[in-house]
Design a protein around this ligand. Structure first.
Ligand code: C2E
Ligand code: MG
Ligand code: MG
Ligand code: MG
Length: 278
């Protein structure tokens, strides 16, 4: 019933789906509506060089402010989008939005830095992905070097041969590739080296506990030194304390991203705080 507010069994009335529709069906319909009517938006989180604190890029993170529920976390609606197939239109929307934003910064004479866009493994599995990417770059006349795609290990390791083909095609366009959430999967770094990645993002879960957990600290130093010897750049995500930052500097990590430096911010705040005219 409508009064049942507990757990996953919440049902509500929805004229589209009949008398009573499960909450997830309503959320699916609402998400579809949000994608189709430009109701999503993007926050940008700055990334910095650890040696000199210079801004080196942004990560684009999609946001959904549900009209009734308020902000819904991507941790909730990205899986929903993946389960329902909406991830394809959502992913395309994000990519276009970022390209449009870079275009408008360039038009305004603002110095831009590369923007990293998260790509779901399901998006990559669709055979029109490279085409969509190319279309976006062309439509907004974006220098390919200004776009970086963040891909998780499992997206690559699940289907090695296809991945190699696809990632090579993406690299061929000039778009950069980063491995997201590194260390949480099962792949070996030397294996991944055969793929055209240029950057490796050390997962937040290792950074979070590095002050208290010797194992996490050891894993981070191992990742950094292996990445270095393989010619991959490293960026640590989720850096929240000065101690974490100092540890990363000491062990030669290249870049950082985290609440210590800045939360993901709406575009206006990014422009005010981080961008300036050429
Ligand atoms: P991710 O790609 O690993 O993104 C990093 C997440 O860590 C973001 O969460 C960011 O807000 C958060 N974060 C950054 N610095 C800190 C920190 O210092 N402390 C803490 N506690 N968190 C920090 P967010 O925005 O909630 O996104 C969660 C995940 O949702 C992302 O993880 C990514 O996998 C996915 N996602 C977000 N936007 C998109 C998108 O446009 N497309 C796709 N396919 N996935 C997306
Ligand atoms: Mg990411
Ligand atoms: Mg990540
Ligand atoms: Mg993550």
């Amino acid at each position: 019933s409508k009064d049942d507010m507990g757990g996953g069994a919440v049902t509500v009335y929805d004229p589209k789906y009949g008398e009573i529709a499960p909450q997830s069906l309503r959320m699916e319909a609402d998400l579809k509506h949000a994608i189709e009517n430009d109701k999503l938006h993007i926050h940008y989180q700055p990334q910095f060089n650890l040696e000199n604190d210079v801004l080196v890029g942004f990560e684009a993170l999609v946001r959904w402010n549900h009209p009734a529920e308020g902000p819904v976390s991507p941790g909730e609606f990205i899986p929903l989008a993946e389960e329902t197939g909406l991830i394809h239109s959502l992913g395309r929307w994000v990519l276009r939005q970022v390209c449009q934003q870079i275009h408008s910064w360039e038009q305004a004479g603002i110095s831009v830095v590369p923007v990293a866009v998260n790509v779901s493994s399901l998006q990559m599995k669709k055979n029109n992905f490279v085409h969509i990417l190319e279309e976006c770059l062309n439509e907004f006349q974006i220098t390919a070097q200004l776009i970086e795609l963040e891909i998780t290990e499992s997206a690559v390791m699940d289907r090695l041969e296809k991945s190699m083909e696809l990632l090579s095609a993406i690299r061929g366009l000039g778009v950069k590739l980063a491995i997201d959430d590194f260390g949480t999967g099962y792949s070996s770094l030397s294996y991944l080296k055969s793929f055209p990645f240029s950057k490796l993002k050390i997962d937040r879960s290792f950074v979070m506990d590095l002050e208290n957990d010797e194992n996490d600290a050891a894993i981070i130093t191992a990742i950094i030194s292996m990445a270095k010897s393989l010619g991959l750049k490293t960026i640590a995500e989720g850096v929240e304390t000065e101690l974490q930052k100092q540890f990363l500097i000491k062990h030669g990590c290249d870049e950082v991203q985290g609440f210590l430096m800045s939360r993901p911010l709406p575009v206006e705040a990014i422009e005010t705080n981080y961008l300036s005219s050429k």
